[in-house]
Design a protein. Sequence first.
Length: 264
Amino acid sequence: MEQQEVITLLSRREIEKMRQAGRLAAQLLDYLEPRVQPGISTLELNDAAEEWTQQHGAKSAPLGYPGAVDPFPKSICTSVNEVVCHGIPSADQILRDGDIMNIDVTPILGGFHGDTSRTFFVGDPSPLARKLVKVTEECMWLGIRAVKPGARIGDIGAAIQAYAEAEGFSVVRDFVGHGVHRIFHTAPQIPHYGTAGKGKKLRKGMVFTIEPMINVGSHEVEVLADGWTALTADRKLSAQFEHTIAVTEDGADVLTLAESKVPA
């Protein structure tokens, strides 16, 4: 008999705890954004993030997270240009004018995970890079707008895939969104491609990430020997945006917005 994955439905109180962690994550990205400049190393960004996280009474979930080869060695993921996700900060990696870089952060506050990421411009990227980043962010919001009770997980991926491919890009298959609460990665899985009307039905109280990774070329990826760093197989650019959302009575509540950016 096929084993059924258990999807946890969060209470209103638990969702508010998730919002506190999510706001902290958004504030961390806001703190890092002006530091994303040509000449800085990704390790300097990591160390700034770790210090800020500790000062705000939180822990960095990625630090020491178990992997197929070794635990993740740093506090944030810094994925530059052709790196799709899980880039490891390094003193040797110096940002250059024209780069794009995704920063993925997950502080743990009060036992709950705030998981979010954005792709930033370093200096003045090419028109193609700018288009990729714009389309990727819109893909995320299209996925979020597909969320409501009774909708299917496939509706999220279908909305993302249709837009990305219409713009001439491809959607990564190897990495997906995921349930998140007290556990960093749990059910359900949220593919960013798929067929509308397929997949598990969404229910109020489900909390998960929507985090499309969109590539200029092929959707195929390659993971390096470190067990973490995932690159586009053709070494063309990739971008990603991520929010954590809760399914509400009539749609989606984005939990990883800074308080100053919460819609009225």
